[in-house]
Design a protein around this ligand. Structure first.
Ligand code: UT7
Length: 320
């Protein structure tokens, strides 16, 4: 094992302009601001404009990350995009972003692990950087979940939002960066969170369907177990973690996991109220927000996690 690490050189995020409030949704389906807030913590979400695609959101986030890292697009030799809502079946959204950035070298591909996609993408980038295959990776979580929602299904359409977050990882000899990760999946639970169609099965993308209470139950247990496994493996006490940056699916899940691990709620980054569930974009969006408002600082130890369709889940320990 080399002494090289994937260090977070810069990060950025992008949210579409249009804000959709719970009140607005309650004019479209039988729901209420009170129900949505009480059951999920969500107040509003952003929805991409007509014609605004996942690669557009990812491109904007990538530009922010490059500026934060004081790098130019040509410095990047690997692009990994985690998304469930690609612009097209192919080419990969990563290739489309590579084109938008004007990069003509290196490699670009997508990862599909639904809401856990960014966690998976970090682990893959870490392996490729540590192995010396690439020097600098742009890892993006970008989603237009609004495009696969059934806007007549109140049990799902109130939960999700659109957005993108991007990280630039450097191959460098450093104490900071990705320290470890835990990745899991159990296809046995494929049916409790899925789309009703797909290219090969139905020649259409279908709509998102979820057995909410079943996913909820798995989320709290599986995420807590993953984080505990990771902390034990890395020999880190939970009290030494400065910031817990969870996937933003539901405020009750965030708090359930924090309570199980006895993490002080003041150390939990929560953006679910204003972002909703942005799937693979949710962790870098939450992280980016907490860096922008000065909560997460260089040197802080952060524990990230996510669970999504598959089921897939996992966690990442990193020093910023
Ligand atoms: O990112 C991927 C991972 N996803 C998650 O982690 C999501 C996990 N699940 C959840 O967050 C929660 O299960 C939900 C937020 C989806 C649902 O909350 P819940 O407390 O589990 O509610 P429920 O599904 O048990 O529904 C309770 C009631 C039902 O009515 P009855 O059967 O009690 O009469 C639903 O029909 O609430 C009703 N309901 C609604 N009412 C108003 C469901 N959706 C709505 C709605 N507005 N939007």
């Amino acid at each position: 094992m080399s002494d090289f690490r994937a260090r977070l050189a810069g990060q950025g995020y992008y949210l579409p302009e249009r804000v959709v409030t719970n009140e607005e949704l309650s004019t479209r389906v039988e729901t209420s601001d009170e129900w949505i807030r009480a059951r999920t913590g969500i107040r509003e979400r952003r929805i991409a404009a007509e014609g605004e695609t996942t690669s557009d959101l990812g491109f904007e986030a990538a530009k922010q990350a490059l500026s934060d890292a004081r790098l130019s697009a040509d410095d990047i030799d690997l692009i990994i995009v985690a998304t469930t809502t690609p612009d097209l079946v192919f080419p990969a959204t990563a290739a489309l972003i590579q084109k938008k950035l004007g990069i003509r070298h290196g490699a670009a591909f997508d990862i599909q692990a639904v809401c856990s996609g960014f966690i998976y993408a970090l682990a893959v980038a870490d392996g490729l950087l540590k192995g010396g295959v690439f020097q600098r990776a742009l890892v993006i979580g970008s989603e237009t979940m609004s495009r696969i929602l059934n806007w007549e299904d109140r049990t799902t359409c109130v939960l999700f939002g659109d957005g993108a977050g991007a990280w630039i990882l450097d191959r460098t000899e450093s104490d900071s960066g990705l320290l470890g990760y835990d990745l899991r999946s159990e296809g046995h639970y494929a049916d409790i969170l899925k789309t009703s169609g797909g290219v090969s099965a139905t020649q259409s993308s279908g709509f998102l369907e979820m057995e909410g209470p079943a996913v909820f139950k798995h989320a709290v247990t599986k995420i807590s177990n993953s984080m505990q496994r990771l902390l034990e493996r890395e020999n880190v006490d939970v009290n030494d973690v400065d910031w817990f940056v969870p996937h933003q699916a539901n405020q009750r899940i965030l708090e359930g996991v924090a309570d199980k691990l006895k993490i002080d709620r003041n150390r939990v980054v929560s953006t679910v109220a204003v972002h909703g569930n942005t799937s693979a974009a949710s962790v870098p969006l939450a992280f980016g927000q907490a860096v922008s408002d000065g909560r997460i600082k260089r040197g802080n130890l952060c524990l990230l996690e996510a669970l999504g369709g598959g089921l897939t889940w996992g966690s990442v320990l990193m020093r910023y």
